[in-house]
Design a protein around this ligand. Structure first.
Ligand SMILES: Cc1cc2nc3c(=O)[nH]c(=O)nc-3n(C[C@H](O)[C@H](O)[C@H](O)COP(=O)(O)O)c2cc1C
Length: 705
């Protein structure tokens, strides 16, 4: 029966000899959650099983190495390089099959981009590398100047040895009961290193001409077909455009698709980029929905086999249109299914407003996990990697929970508390919920944050959370509550320097105020953001500073940032930082067509502001005690501190109070949401503060306090 909401999305498709129940694919996602030997464990099964339950038709399990000894893309990726790994892979396939999904494994060797080992890495050529966005990068935070890795070109013997290992790995995947296998030829990993004219500088039969650069891939395909049979569906993922000068462009990518079809491949999965252009590999928020689909559309004109498109697809209406217009045969999601494994079911039921759309922040799934050699998490979905949130335990007895502050930490705490059966009130000092997330609304390209804010606001309504707007509660207001969660976020720091109270001094909050009047969650006029003069100095180094600089730079203001740090925004997720810094230099992120900045944004590092004069002269002092001045029209204060001044008062008054989110420690949306979710799990009748002032409940029998 045709689905009445999205008939194209929910039409089956044949890929080789398998029939996939719908047009929704999970494009490979290495969740880096396997055991240290690359074997499947319960975490890996749970993640993929949830996505199958959630209705995704074709699940391509992420990067799985054919040879642990020479290359793991992440330290705890899956492996298929030994027969004893087969039973675990079988459990994984069975878990997805139980829910009607078809499944494949992506075989990937990282070559130069290995997270492990860290030395003596193999590649097509011997370039020393600097790919700071990649999980295989040596130094991420320890030093501000990223260090490259030394890499050596593979010998011909090593090439043939690895070709055989690819084929063996594919055979193990087939033995385990998977429906298909995919080769990872994208994102600058080993197969891509051979395919790419930018990386491959060999002058033997594996380098040079198109066919020579394709030889490594062709030999792998050939050996897999011999080992697994030509009717075992084999697909390949590669980048339609590498987005680097000298790299592969779409014309050659069409040739790749034709060659792969001729060789008998069952499908092509068209991704984007190479890690030297990190934004295109894992698009930050700035990238518009479906920006990469034109590559699949072009490839599809030249081949008969199914073509998968991916990158920043989020909205079922948009995805339906891609299919209806014949631009691709399947739509692929990676981060969307991390943020909400139930996307497909929600779309099928016509409940698109229930979908927690991924905001492409890359904080949980990349910056704070795979990049730093940890297992994958999600900034907005606490259930990823933490099963306590998949099987939420309803409370035995409803408690009265007060949440002070309606930002991401407060709303997530309220959501999980209400889902567990507690009675929740949010005290919000402004006229609307959203907190710091709302500032992103006015920053060009960052309004995806609003999707999450709106989703949470909708959940508050749906779950019957009582919201007291324009209220800062006193101890007396909170006395009747079993638990108080202080989620008041941050406040702007106003250092005591001469001139701080001059009218030309404003805050980032003034600058980033969203005046949108057409908002379901706040119909009233919010007031205009403060209008800055043509020359602006921003003082600070957190989201407020970066967002204000982006907004003002985009509006054509001449912006100078003063930071006490050695580099600006070192804390920022690297793919975002890469795009932002390129824009600060009046460029753009690769693949982005949006308008670049009119003026460069200048950064003055290792410095602080000493004085602001009436005529706009700002006296700056460097860490070497050198003074300089800048003359501006407006100074924007963007240093923040935790807004927790009521905490001690609440504690002394005997309230069961715990700090969450930025009120506890200034971090990002993931820190806030994780704190909120964790706090809500602990709330039970008899919850108390332990000796660390942490909220606890359910003490073991026999522990008397
Ligand atoms: C945590 C994480 C792991 C990924 N692992 C893989 C992988 O194993 N293989 C691959 O081809 N792409 C991988 N990707 C890239 C995604 O498949 C996808 O192309 C990219 O995230 C953009 O699509 P999206 O907006 O749907 O996330 C990964 C991305 C993320 C965020």
């Amino acid at each position: 029966m045709r689905n009445k909401h999205y008939p194209n999305l929910f039409t089956p498709i044949e890929i080789g000899n398998m029939v996939v129940p719908n047009r929704i694919a999970m494009v490979p996602t290495d969740i880096s959650s396997a055991n240290a030997d690359g074997s499947v464990n319960q975490r890996v099964i749970t993640y993929h099983e949830e996505i199958a339950k959630g209705g995704c038709g074709f699940i391509i399990v992420g990067a799985t190495t054919p040879d642990k000894a020479t290359g793991r893309p992440t330290v705890t990726c899956l492996a298929a390089d030994e027969d004893p790994l087969i039973p675990g892979l079988t459990h994984l396939a069975e878990a997805m099959h139980r829910h009607g999904a078809k499944c494949a494994v992506q075989i990937q060797h990282p070559g130069r981009q290995a997270a492990w080992p860290r030395k003596n890495l193999m590649s097509a050529s011997d370039h020393v590398l600097d790919v700071p966005g990649s999980a295989g990068h040596e130094i991420i935070y320890a030093e501000s100047i990223a260090q490259g890795k030394s890499v050596r070109a593979m010998t011909v013997e090593e090439i043939y040895d690895l070709i055989e290992k690819f084929a063996e790995a594919a055979w193990r995947v087939q033995q385990a009961g998977f429906d298909a296998v995919e080769l990872h030829g994208a994102h600058g990993y080993l197969i891509a290193q051979f395919m790419s004219p930018f990386v491959n500088k060999r002058n033997d039969r594996f380098g040079g001409s198109f066919i020579n650069r394709m030889r490594f891939t062709m030999e792998i395909v050939n050996r897999i077909q011999i080992k697994c049979g030509r009717d075992f569906p084999l697909g390949i993922r590669y980048s339609g455009d590498e987005w680097i000068e000298g790299g592969r462009t779409l014309d050659e990518s069409v040739k790749v698709a034709k060659l792969m079809e001729e060789m008998g491949l069952a499908y092509v999965d068209i991704s984007a980029g190479i890690f030297e252009s990190p934004g295109t590999v894992m698009d930050p928020m700035y990238y518009p929905e479906g920006w990469n689909t034109y590559t699949a559309e072009e490839v599809k004109k030249h081949v008969e086999i199914p073509v998968i498109t991916s990158h920043s697809l989020r909205n079922p209406d948009y995805c339906e249109k891609i299919l209806a217009e014949g631009k691709a045969d399947m739509v692929g999601f990676s981060r969307q299914l991390i943020a909400d494994a139930y996307w497909s079911n929600k779309a099928k039921m016509g409940k698109k407003e229930e979908i927690r759309r991924c905001i492409s922040c890359l904080v949980g799934c990349w910056q704070e996990s795979l990049m730093i050699r940890r297992d994958m998490r999600c900034a907005i979905n606490p259930a990823v990697g933490d099963e306590r949130f998949i099987h939420l335990q309803p409370t035995k007895k409803a408690c009265k929970v007060a949440v002070v502050g309606g930002g991401p930490a407060g709303m997530e705490a309220a959501r999980i508390s209400a889902l567990r059966g507690h009675k929740v009130t949010i005290f919000e000092k402004t006229g609307e919920l959203g907190g710091a997330m709302l500032y992103c609304c006015t920053v060009p390209g960052k309004n995806k944050m609003r999707w999450y804010a709106d989703w949470l606001r909708q959940q508050m309504k749906k779950l019957g959370v009582d919201v007291k707007y324009c209220t800062e509660p006193t101890v007396a207001d909170l006395k009747g509550y079993d638990v108080v969660l202080l989620a008041a976020g941050t406040r702007v720091v106003r250092p005591k320097i001469p001139g701080i109270d001059l009218p030309i001094v404003v805050t980032f909050e003034d600058v980033l105020r969203c005046k949108n009047t057409n908002c379901e969650y706040y119909p009233d006029e919010r007031g205009e953001p403060v209008e800055c003069g043509q020359e602006v100095l921003i003082w600070g180094d957190h989201f407020g500073a970066a967002d204000a600089a982006e907004k003002l730079g985009h509006a054509g203001k001449k912006v100078t940032i003063v930071t006490e740090n050695q580099d600006f925004a070192e804390w920022m997720e690297p793919c975002h930082r890469d795009v932002m810094m390129k824009r600060f230099a009046c460029g753009n992120g690769e693949g982005l067509k949006s308008k670049t900045y009119a003026h460069p944004v200048t950064i003055i590092p290792n410095s602080s502001v000493l004085e602001i004069k009436k005529d706009g002269t700002v006296v700056i002092i460097s860490s070497a005690f050198e003074r300089s001045t800048v003359k501006v029209d407006t100074v924007v204060l963007a240093k923040v501190e935790s807004n927790d001044s009521v905490y001690e008062t609440f504690l002394e008054a005997g309230l069961n109070v715990a700090k969450i989110g930025d009120a506890k420690k200034i971090r990002n949306v993931r820190g806030a949401v994780t704190d909120g979710a964790n706090a809500a799990l602990v709330i039970e009748e008899g919850a108390i503060l332990n000796a660390n002032n942490g909220l606890i409940s359910n003490l073991p029998t026999g522990v008397e306090l």
